[in-house]
Design a protein around this ligand. Structure first.
Ligand SMILES: [Zn+2]
Length: 123
C-alpha cells in the first residue's frame, strides 16, 4: 500500500501539510478566517486553491473569482502556517475596527431574523 505524504517548506523547515492551516488575513494583518490544509476530503496545495475554498460560499466560479480579486486588491492575503502558529495568530484580537471580508461577500445572515421568518410571513 502506498501512502502519500505531502510536506511543505515553511521558513526552511519541512512540515507535513496535514499539520498546516491556510490563514486569510485582513488588510490590517489580523486573521479573518482559517482552515486546515488537509481534510478527509481534500488537500489544498496552492494559494489559489485556498482562496477558492475560503470563498466557496459563492457558488458561481466567475463571481467567486471577482470576489477574490477584489479582496486581494483591498489587501487581503493568505498564507500557509503551522496549525500552532495559525491558532496563535487567530487568538490575536483585531483592534483595527475591521470585520472579516468573507462575511461581507457571503450571503448575509440577519442576526435579528435568524430563521428568515419575517420574509416568509406572507408566503
Ligand atoms: Zn486588525
Amino acid at each position: 500500500m502506498t501512502t502519500l505524504r505531502l510536506s511543505v517548506d515553511l521558513d526552511g523547515v519541512s512540515v507535513p501539510l496535514h499539520e498546516c492551516d491556510w490563514v486569510l488575513r485582513q488588510p490590517c494583518g489580523c486573521v479573518a478566517s482559517m482552515m486546515h490544509a488537509v481534510t478527509s476530503l481534500m488537500a489544498l496545495t496552492s494559494e489559489d486553491e485556498a482562496w477558492h475554498e475560503f470563498y466557496c460560499e459563492i457558488p458561481r466560479a466567475d463571481k467567486r473569482r471577482r470576489a477574490i480579486a477584489a479582496a486581494r486588491e483591498q489587501g487581503h492575503t493568505i498564507a500557509l502556517m503551522t496549525i500552532d502558529d495559525a491558532v496563535r495568530a487567530w487568538e490575536v484580537r483585531c483592534t483595527h475596527g475591521q470585520i472579516p471580508e468573507p462575511a461581507q461577500q457571503a450571503p448575509m445572515f440577519d442576526p435579528t431574523d435568524p430563521a428568515g421568518i419575517s420574509s416568509d410571513v406572507n408566503a
